[in-house]
Design a protein around this ligand. Structure first.
Ligand code: DNO
Length: 355
């Protein structure tokens, strides 16, 4: 198992590589080119630059999170093949510089959704939070404006202003898309790209929907263990894998995370491990990685990763904003660094007791 931190690149992240390098047990980062909107063919020299920048600090580029998928592919519109071709070209460039892991999601319009990016906790730390009742009272455009205001002036991953600027049109293209056709569009996409992935040795890791239920009436197809298994079985390839995100799946308390990890086994290529607190149905807030701070069975989760012999890339996920750090919400240095140490602590202790 290798531990990574997510890093958005020098112009988009408050955290520098030098600091990441000083976290014990973190050997690399997963990164992306945040200025390239979904649907753009990534210039190879930009990828080479990113890799060189990371390696110059003694870290590895352990994967790309994410190469986002254009809405035409997800909605299955007439121009989808053009965007799939560009995605394939990007994969070829990534593969040619030795990148072997690509994370993506298949959520219509939005990536992750929260109703608060800085909910103040009793100790003064702030966290990302979600309340279905608040969301139901909002129009998507209002939510977009709120997210923008609370982003600390950072570009939020998956919330590219130029794409979401046309939010009404975006909703329009999904009007006739059902969960069934969204799933078929995912299978169509995977069948088209996996031969390239196999050629270059790139594993695709699909990220669960966050939260794992429909928002604003849009269809969702990556909500639980059954959905993830079905996706991995729909196109049979060792490169068709999963990014197991405990926080996304775990916002629905019905999702038995250790059970899901065991059922997916070797299909998990990438793991985002974080904790959250359930407040009531459809209401949750994020928490420290430390098990007792939230509702998720962090020990059982790490034990399940041990049981499946997990040897992929793991990263801590959204941290609380603490110690006056100003960073991209969820992606400061301090709490994620604490998270890595907790995850390594569990991992080391659990592997000692099972030896
Ligand atoms: C949010 C992240 C997501 C994730 C994408 C994967 O903080 O977990 O943006 O990276 O959904 O494509």
């Amino acid at each position: 198992m290798k531990m990574a931190l997510r890093w958005f690149g020098p112009s988009f992240d408050s955290v520098d590589l030098h600091s990441i390098r000083q976290i014990p047990g973190v050997s690399g980062v997963v990164s992306t080119l945040p200025d390239l909107a979904a649907g753009i063919d990534w210039p190879r020299e930009r990828i080479v630059d990113l890799k060189n920048t990371i390696e110059a600090e003694g870290l590895e580029l352990l994967g790309i999170e994410s190469v986002n998928i254009h809405d035409s592919i997800k909605a299955g519109t007439a121009d989808k093949d053009m965007y799939i071709e560009r995605y394939i070209n990007t994969l070829k460039s990534l593969g040619s510089v030795g990148i072997d892991l690509v994370c993506y999601n298949f959520m219509p319009v939005f990536d992750w959704t929260r109703t608060d990016l800085a909910k103040v906790r009793e100790d003064g730390a702030t966290v990302l939070a979600y309340d279905q009742k608040l969301l139901d009272a909002l129009h998507p455009e209002e939510m977009l404006a709120q997210m923008g205001k609370k982003s600390n002036n950072f570009l939020l991953p998956g919330w590219e202003p130029e794409r979401l600027g046309g939010i009404r049109e975006l909703f329009g293209i999904y009007q006739s898309v059902t969960t069934g056709s969204l799933f078929e569009n995912l299978v169509y996409f995977l069948k088209a790209i996996l031969p390239t992935c196999e050629h270059y040795g790139i594993t695709m890791a699909i990220h669960p929907d966050d939260p794992p239920w429909s928002v604003f009436g849009l269809p969702r197809i990556v909500k639980n263990g059954g959905d993830l298994l079905r996706i991995t079985q729909a196109v049979d390839s060792p490169h068709n894998c999963v990014a197991l995100c405990t926080g996304s799946l775990g916002s629905n308390p019905k999702n038995d995370l250790p059970g899901i990890i065991r059922s997916l086994g070797g299909k998990i290529a990438f793991a985002h491990v974080r904790n959250l607190r359930h407040t009531a149905e459809g209401i949750f807030e994020e928490a420290a990685h430390y098990a007792a701070d939230g509702s998720l069975d962090m020990v059982g989760i790490m034990e399940a990763f041990g049981d499946i012999g997990f040897s992929g890339i793991m990263r801590p996920d959204h941290g609380r904003a603490i110690w006056n750090e100003v960073a991209l919400p969820g992606y400061g240095l301090y709490d994620r660094a604490l998270g890595t140490q907790y995850l390594w602590g569990l991992w080391d202790a659990l592997s000692r007791t099972t030896e």
